[in-house]
Structures are given as C-alpha cells and as structure tokens.
Design a binder for this molecule. Structure first.
Ligand SMILES: [Zn+2]
Length: 498
C-alpha cells in the first residue's frame, strides 16, 4: 500500500480506537544455552557453538539451565507476576530449518510467570500495561538468505543456517491487550519497551542490545470504530528492532488499517514485516487459519517447581527498579518531574547518575550532559553514551571548574582534548596549559596594557561610568586567550582605576 492511501493520524483518531499489544523476546545473557552446555558468544564463527542436544540429534537429552530459570523468575518478580509453583516445558512442533529438532522447547499452558503489570508514563500520564505471561523457551537458528535484494527468502539463490543461536535461552514477555491509549498508543508501545528494557538492564539478565537481536518486539495493532463493543482484527508486526521503530510500526499500522476500514474492506489477520528504511509494514504470513503446533509436555525434562524459599531468595536479589530509582533521584537532586523526564528522554540519566557518583554536583552533572555534551553529540550525530568521555572525566572537569583551576571556557577546551583522546581533563589542562592565570606578572602586564591601549575607556571608568569596565575586561581576556579569571581581572582593573 502506498503512503498516499494512508489516513492522517489525527483524522483517524476521530473515528477509530486502537488496541495494541506487545510480545517481547529477550535473549538471556547466560554463558551456556538453555538445554545444553554450548557457549552463547555473539558473533562467533557460524555453527561452532553446537552439540548433539541443540542440533536435535537422536538420543541426546536436554537439561534445563538453572540460571535461565532464575533469570526468568526474577523478571517475573520485577513485573509483579505470580510465579508458578509447578510448570512444565512443552514441545511446539513445526518444521522450519532453523529449528533442527523439528520442535521448539517452550512453555505453553504452564508459563513460569503470569498476571503482572508494568506502569509506563507518557507526557505525565501513567498507563498500566498488564502482563499476561512471562515464559521461557529457546531461540531458533539464524537463516541467511543469499542472493536476493531484500535478504528475505523470496528472490534468494540459496539459504544458509547458523545454529549458534539455536537453543539460547529466550524469555517471552506477553502483554494483555492495551485498549485505552488512544492517540498515545504509539508512544505507550515505545515507553513500554523502553521501561522493560531498563528493568532487564537493572536485573542484569540480558545485554538487551536491540541491534544485536537480544531484544525483539512483535507489535500487535488493531483498530475498531469508536464505541464499538468488539475489538478490530489485529495484525502482528514481527521483529521490530529499535525503540523508535516500535512507535513507528504502531503509527503506520493504525494509518494503514484506517485506510482499509474506510474503504469498507476488512483488515486481514496476518503477520507483517517492518521496514526500517521506509517505516512501513508489508504482509508476511497469513494467520487466518490457526497453525496447529500439536503442543505436548516435553517428556525429556523434569517439571520446574520453584519452592517458596527459592523464590524468596531470588526476590531478595532484585535491584532497585528503574521507576523507584527515578523517584529517588528526582528527590535527591531536587528536580521537578519534568526535569527528570528530560534527563530520561535525553538518555542521560545513567550518565548523570554516574557523574554524580564520581563526585560532581547534580547541577553540574546535568549542566554538562544536557548542555555542552548534548550539543556535541548532536553535532556528531551520535548518542551521548557514544561520546569519548566518561562520567568520571566529566566529574573531574566540573571539579576543576569548581576549584577555580579553569573557567567554563577553558573547560570546553579541555573537553576538546579529552574527546580527542589526550587523556583525563587534569592531564589535558596541564599539557595544553589551560589553567586560569593567577595574579601573575603576565596578568598584571595584560591589565596594564589594556588600560594603556584604551585610554578613553579607562577615562570613562575613572569618571564613574563603571559599566564601561566590561570592555577592558574583554580586552584582557582576549590577550590572555580566555585563561584569565574574569572576576580577578575586574577587581585588578578597579584597583587601578578607582
Ligand atoms: Zn548445544
């Protein structure tokens, strides 16, 4: 469908209500796979991290990875879920080459965690996202379709499969439908994945690098006429791999489905592919007929039965969760909720927090990261975290300014050096000779020269026009190339002209 046939977003909201839902797959950061001892290192030579178990060879027997089960329970606890006291893995039978066993070992009607929730905030309003289930399964291998233009199977000459990923523990987190987001549906979807990612990071269960596929989202979207008692037919946009794309995928599907419904047609229940370059979706597999996966309990694995003590022990390992941390820091740093939201949206919370931990005042840390550093990141087209400066270095820079060793202008020059790889701020200040001049002979000479060079201005100051002194301060700062302390210069001038 071409973009001309999309309905304007604001206009569609006058007639339709969206319902969204998200299924998020998270690759756990365990050292070994879910049911065997194979390594899980990302980027290894294809098919070097495999064994009879994850290749599904006859006679091999799986053993569940305890760390993966613990991570899943901790995720469930962080999301306020009920933890099952007894549950089993199941076989999901389907025949695709990326599943060498002919079935995926997953959880079906007995997930480890159920009935949780996650509150997310968009524009100051809180939306509760209900979590239906969190279950554990194994990842598939990775297909590589060679020879086609799109990298998809259509048009490819041949396909290669890398089984290194097959069997890596994968947690699936499924929300219940989110019906009341209205115009904010795209942002709520994004905020949910963002917050979930923060929680997973805080728990330390996954690297959650979306670009490496550690975190993959399937985004469900449907539209129904406003006031309708039934929800519309949903589409499932698969493997949306960036936070921004989650938002864009929902927005596009809403506009596309509105056009379909406006034309009197029906939305087809199907999976769709998201295209990063155009922010559009295109049809994938039709889901009109439910696939029969012939699930049955996995006979080769014992049931998982987390007892109360185990769950309590895991609950005690939960870190301070991101939402609680934000509330605490907002108070500790004396910020308004809006200021905290800016920090979060700028992706600077962790950096500012680390800078404060390294000794800077919260105000200085915020000033640097949201000001000078944000500007430089923006100019370079990179994220703040990608700048070649650490929170410790920023704290040191702020410390040098606070101690009067350098002023703001010199600090920016010192930052140039740090970013150019010349070392820590103190070393750059030393090497570049950036320290603020004391009341040295050199400064005295510069002050005298400024008075001599501007006799008319000096006369005005003597005559009581005190604000004229600014021009003389400027002249001194110019000759000292910004290294003088303006307040000191002003005082010295006043002494001479008073
Ligand atoms: Zn293996």
């Amino acid at each position: 469908m071409s973009t001309e046939q999309l309905v304007d977003f604001d206009e569609l909201l006058t007639r339709y209500e969206p319902v969204i839902g998200l299924e998020t797959h998270v690759e756990l950061g365990t050292a070994s796979k879910m049911f065997c001892g194979c390594a899980t290192t990302f980027g290894a030579e294809p098919n070097t991290q495999t064994c009879p178990v994850c290749l599904g060879l006859p006679g091999s027997l799986p053993v569940a990875n305890e760390m993966a089960i613990e991570s899943t329970i901790r995720i469930g606890l962080a999301l306020g879920c009920r933890i099952a006291t007894w549950c089993r893995f199941a076989r999901k039978n389907y025949f695709y080459p990326d599943i060498p066993k002919g079935f995926q070992t997953t959880q079906y009607d007995e997930p480890l965690c159920t009935a949780g929730h996650l509150d997310v905030e968009v524009d100051g309003e809180t939306y509760r996202v209900e979590i239906e289930r969190v279950h554990l399964e194994e990842d598939t291998g990775k297909n590589l379709h060679v020879g086609g233009a799109t990298g998809r199977i259509h048009g490819a000459d041949h396909s290669l499969i890398d089984y290194n990923r097959a069997g890596i523990p994968l947690v699936e987190i499924v929300t219940r439908p989110i019906p009341n987001a209205g115009a904010k549906a795209p942002e709520v979807a994004r905020a949910y994945v963002t917050e979930l990612r923060e929680i997973l990071l805080a728990l330390g269960v996954s690297e959650v690098r979306m670009e490496q596929g550690n975190l993959r989202c399937d985004v469900n979207t449907s539209l129904a006429p406003i006031g309708s008692l039934e929800w519309g037919t949903r589409t499932e946009t698969k493997n949306v791999n960036s936070l921004r794309s989650v938002e864009r995928a929902v927005r596009f599907e809403m506009r596309r489905q509105a056009a379909v419904l406006d034309a009197g047609e029906r939305v087809i229940q199907e999976t769709r592919h998201f295209h990063e370059d155009t922010a559009t979706t295109s049809p994938g597999r039709s889901k009109e007929e439910a696939t029969d996966y012939r699930y049955f309990p996995e006979p080769d694995l014992v049931p998982v039965a987390p007892d109360e003590d185990w769950v309590a022990k895991l609950a005690a390992t939960l870190p301070e969760l991101p939402a609680a941390r934000r509330v605490r820091l907002t108070e500790e740093w004396g910020l308004s909720p809006t200021e905290m939201a800016w920090l979060v949206n700028a992706g600077a919370l962790g950096l500012v927090s680390d800078t404060v931990a390294a000794g800077a005042s919260p105000a200085d840390a915020r000033k640097w990261w949201l000001g000078e550093l944000a500007r430089r990141a923006n100019d370079a087209g990179v994220e703040l975290t990608e700048l070649a400066v650490t929170p410790q270095q920023v704290a040191q820079l702020a410390g040098l300014v606070a101690a009067g060793t350098i002023n703001d202008q010199l600090a920016r020059q010192a930052l140039d050096g740090v970013l150019a790889g010349e070392g820590d701020p103190a070393a750059v200040v030393e090497a570049r000779g950036l320290a603020v001049m004391g009341e040295s002979d050199e400064l005295v000479a510069a002050v005298d020269a400024a008075i001599e060079g501007n006799p008319d201005v000096a006369e005005k100051v003597r005559g009581g026009k005190v604000q004229a002194i600014g021009a003389l301060v400027g002249a001194v700062m110019k000759t000292t190339r910004g290294k003088a302390d303006a307040a000191t210069v002003k005082r010295m001038l006043e002494e001479r002209l008073g």
